[in-house]
Design a protein around this ligand. Structure first.
Ligand code: GCO
Length: 500
């Protein structure tokens, strides 16, 4: 690893120059103009989304559910990790979170008010199989039945992620969770248990969320990892092995879902790929961005193998003796065909052509570069367009349907004396990124949907409740929900099918 430390998403210190210039460029490139639904202002067609575009919001179980020991749920690695002094800001835990386990009906009502027809949430493995393997907890299943039935009553289609980092502590105690190949098999069995019981109600499945964040960031050589289980290992090879096991779990999970589903279903993987944005859109810089997209370590060890069944070009060679052990047939299992790819898209890194052995250079960000309220969240709206385009052009998956499974930002949201939360920085962020999504749609790339992260302020991992990503403000003392300005903005965007 050439980079000294990991940030929450990708590597620290990557970056480059950029501005919203491409936004204006894209907006200006629309041919002609048409009236708004109100019939007043003129606008470029480039901001249109098709009528069947999937507008949604996303959450995850550990971050919102609470009810950590209710109805037979046992601890996950995040329950344990958050109880270790100094691991999570303020000593926050997921014990109560947004109390969504009890308040889900009100939260679904909020979604209906927002106008989303799609909801991405995750299922908690330790709620369904509390010991990680073995007995299935019917009460856990019943919660998701109640949730999904309520969603469907409101015309909202469920998209369920089977693993969003909350692995059962029992498997960590038993064999070190992702350090063991057994984890992949146990994950597939858990997938079968869920899909055979909920597959009559849910047909959109996502196996695993962001392999990067619970492998590279959950296991580390030297310093203490920022994410659960927070295990310090001796060699980088051990970290790479956790990544490989997670890929294997995804592949076996795909097979298990398809085998267990009582009806035809769709299966996706969710990645937070590193996105390389040509600093100026010249053919040379575009070629450089493509090379980086395939060859840089994170994409080359997660996205590329999952989509192609082979690690990225040169990646295993570069890892050398630190490369993972790969058993016969692993790569075939890992490269299962996908129905959809989910991209969690937050930021990107500016890239240009260079006369070095790699043929590209990733630019460092100046200190003064604009960022949102997270150290890693540089404002790089063009990353939205380039992530979508590079999946097709760099990896050759031109027809693979894509959804943006997460996009959003933290803001320093305050409730005013009048009871409002006017989160203008979130509106700025979302608007500039959605414009780039509309550019991708206008150019014919297969973007089918967009899930804003997140409906509610929630447990933001090692930041606890100190960072707010919601379009609905949550007062964690009273559980009062207050829709923010961004909620109203997104509601109008959905209603009109274009960026406002
Ligand atoms: C992630 C996660 C979310 C985060 C969000 C903001 O992808 O990192 O899916 O759980 O909360 O991205 O950091």
């Amino acid at each position: 690893m050439t980079h000294p430390s990991f940030t929450r998403r990708g590597f620290l210190g990557s970056l480059g120059f950029g501005s919203l210039a491409l936004d204006s460029l894209a907006a200006g490139s629309g041919e002609g103009a048409s009236a708004t639904s109100a019939g007043t202002a003129l606008r470029p067609n480039v901001s249109d989304f098709p009528p069947d575009f999937q507008w949604g919001v996303a959450t995850s179980a550990f971050q919102i559910e609470g009810a950590a020991s209710d109805d037979g749920r046992k601890p996950s690695v995040w329950d344990t990790f958050s109880r270790v002094d100094g691991r999570v800001k303020g000593g926050d835990t997921g014990d109560v979170a947004c109390d969504h386990y009890r308040r889900f009906a009100g939260d679904v009502k909020l979604m209906a008010d927002l106008g989303v027809k799609h909801y991405r949430f995750s299922i908690s493995w330790p709620r369904i199989v509390p010991d990680g393997r073995g007995a299935v907890n019917d009460k856990g299943i019943d919660f998701y039945k109640r949730l999904v039935d309520t969603l469907r009553d409101h015309g909202i289609r469920p998209h369920a992620t089977l693993f969003h980092w909350d692995s059962p502590q029992a498997l960590e105690d038993r064999y070190g969770s992702w350090r063991s190949r057994e984890m992949a098999k146990d994950f597939a069995d858990y997938c079968s248990a869920v899909v055979s019981r909920l597959g009559d109600r849910i047909t959109d499945w996502m196996t695993i969320n962001e392999i990067f964040c619970f492998t590279y960031m959950g296991y580390g050589v030297g310093g203490t990892p920022q994410h659960a289980p927070g295990t310090v290992v001796k060699r980088k090879k051990e970290v790479q092995q956790t990544v490989h096991h997670a890929l294997l779990a995804h592949g076996l999970g795909c097979q298990a879902i398809r085998a267990a589903s009582p009806v035809p279903c769709k299966v996706a993987l969710v990645v937070n790929c590193d996105t390389y944005v040509p600093v100026i859109e010249t053919p040379g810089n575009i070629a450089a961005a493509k090379k980086a997209f395939l060859a840089e370590e994170h994409n080359g060890t997660v996205l590329v193998p999952a989509l192609t069944g082979e690690y990225g070009p040169g990646v295993l060679e570069t890892l050398g003796s630190e490369a993972p052990e790969i058993a016969a047939r692993d790569m075939e299992i890992i490269g299962q065909p996908l129905d959809v790819l989910g991209i969690n898209l937050y930021t990107g890194q500016y890239t240009r052509a260079a006369e070095n052995s790699r043929g590209y250079e990733i630019l460092g960000m100046p200190e003064s570069y604009p960022k949102m309220q997270m150290p890693w969240l540089n404002l790089v709206p063009e990353s939205m367009y380039w992530a979508i385009r590079l999946i097709g052009e760099a990896i050759g998956k031109k027809d693979l349907p894509l959804v943006i499974s997460e996009n959003g930002c933290a803001s320093d949201d305050q409730v005013s004396s009048g009871g409002e939360v006017v989160d203008l920085d979130r509106v700025l962020y979302l608007r500039s990124y959605l414009r780039q999504a509309s550019r991708a749609v206008a150019e014919g790339y297969p973007l089918k949907g967009y899930f804003q992260w997140s409906l509610l302020d929630n447990f933001e991992w090692s930041y606890g409740y100190a960072r707010r990503f919601g379009m609905v403000h949550v007062d964690f003392a009273t559980q009062k929900r207050t829709p923010k300005q961004s909620f109203e903005w997104y509601r109008q965007v959905i209603r009109e099918g274009r960026v406002l």
